[in-house]
Design a protein around this ligand. Structure first.
Ligand SMILES: Nc1ncnc2c1ncn2[C@@H]1O[C@H](COP(=O)(O)OP(=O)(O)OP(=O)(O)O)[C@@H](O)[C@H]1O
Ligand code: SF4
Ligand SMILES: [Mg+2]
Length: 329
């Protein structure tokens, strides 16, 4: 199967004060198959949004290669990227700032159709009504302005816009993080339905493992702009190989009053992306680090021969990659 998206050795650096460089993304490779949802997790600053934006060419990569439907789009000029956006869409965290407050909902939903199709005005209006119903918005909302809708409704508008042109890939950057807990489940349910119905591939970015677990087929765990684990979602949760993934998953366990569940709380400083240390970037916080970890950079490798499960840790081969669990409370 040809992947919808293939990313090879993606790097993105930003200039920082004093002529220094922020190493936001450092050699990230992954692919997304048709109909697949890739969950991208990692702490704040790990490069999730930068990768999402680079993939749909809202940002120009510093190095690496991005192929969309087999076509190299890494260095396409902006004018050539515009038509591509009908096929690759993005949904952002904050629906309030993603939508022009002076434009009515119906026109907002129809806008991508105006930009990317030859539909007539009345055809666009009909299609906007269908799209609104598809994302479970009542059509009476089409004549309202964004300020008259709730956050959950606005995110549904953003999703309607994203699916309007029947894209092959949607990048969703923390699409539920700004919403009340009570409306998050409804949005995730809608995304799962759209995926099943249309076969659209998704890249779902979130720092919340619980959300990612619900929606992802595969998961990519990032640390300081690098991939530390890349595997089917069930594998990452059942048998996380990288000490950082283990810590993330244990922190995600619900608090247990009986202190039966065990967590690991990460300590130590996160290195600056301006001055990345040699060796494993996680060594300053890794509970099972050994001196060699500060000298040798681990590569992403198959875990115990399973090529579908990859992790970047020097201690997996010797079976010393398990972090100690700490009793709650
Ligand atoms: N335009 C920019 N200029 C300079 N540095 C940037 C820029 N955009 C991102 N960065 C830096 O790149 C790194 C990765 O940022 P990014 O926003 O991709 O992280 P993230 O994983 O999405 O974080 P969050 O969970 O907070 O959204 C951070 O160190 C960030 O400060
Ligand atoms: S390589 Fe060393 S420091 Fe890095 S995750 Fe593995 S054990 Fe920890
Ligand atoms: Mg982000």
């Amino acid at each position: 199967m040809t992947p919808i998206l293939q990313v090879e050795n993606l790097q993105k650096h930003f200039p920082a004060q004093g002529g220094r460089t922020v190493h936001a993304v450092n050699g990230v490779s992954f692919s997304i198959n048709p109909g697949e949802t890739l969950g991208v997790v990692g702490e704040s600053g790990s490069g999730k949004s930068t990768i999402g934006r680079a993939v749909i060419r809202l940002l120009k990569p510093t190095a690496g290669r991005i192929r969309f439907q087999g076509r190299d789009i890494t260095t396409l000029p902006e004018s050539a990227c515009r038509p591509l956006r009908a096929e690759m869409q993005m949904v952002f965290q904050d629906p309030w700032s993603a939508l022009n407050p002076r434009i009515r909902i119906g026109e907002l939903i129809a806008e991508p159709l105006l930009l990317h199709t030859k539909l007539s005005r009345s055809e666009r209006r009909d299609r906007a009504e269908q799209l609104a119903r598809r994302v479970r918005l009542t059509t009476e909302l089409l004549t309202r302005y964004p300020s008259e809708l709730s956050g959950g409704q606005l995110q549904r508008v953003c999703i309607a816009r994203a699916i309007a042109t029947q894209p092959k890939l949607i990048v969703l950057d923390e699409p539920t993080s700004s919403l009340d807990l009570s409306v998050r489940a409804g949005i995730l349910e809608l995304l799962a339905e759209l995926k099943a119905e249309t076969g659209v591939a998704m890249m779902f970015i979130s720092h919340d493992l619980g959300t990612v677990k619900l929606i992802s087929d595969r998961i990519m765990v990032l640390y300081l702009g690098g991939v530390v684990e890349y595997a089917p979602a069930a594998k990452v949760f059942a048998d996380p190989a990288h000490p950082y993934s283990q810590a993330l998953i244990s922190a995600h366990l619900p608090a247990d009053p009986e202190a039966v569940l065990r967590r690991h709380v990460l300590e130590g400083e996160i290195p600056s992306p301006i001055a990345l240390p040699p060796g494993c970037h996680f060594a300053s916080r890794c509970p099972v680090a050994v001196p060699d970890c500060r000298a040798t950079a681990p590569e992403l490798r198959a875990v115990h021969g399973d090529t579908a499960h990859q992790a970047a840790c020097l201690r997996i081969a010797e079976g010393a990659n398990r972090i100690p669990e700490v009793a709650d409370g």
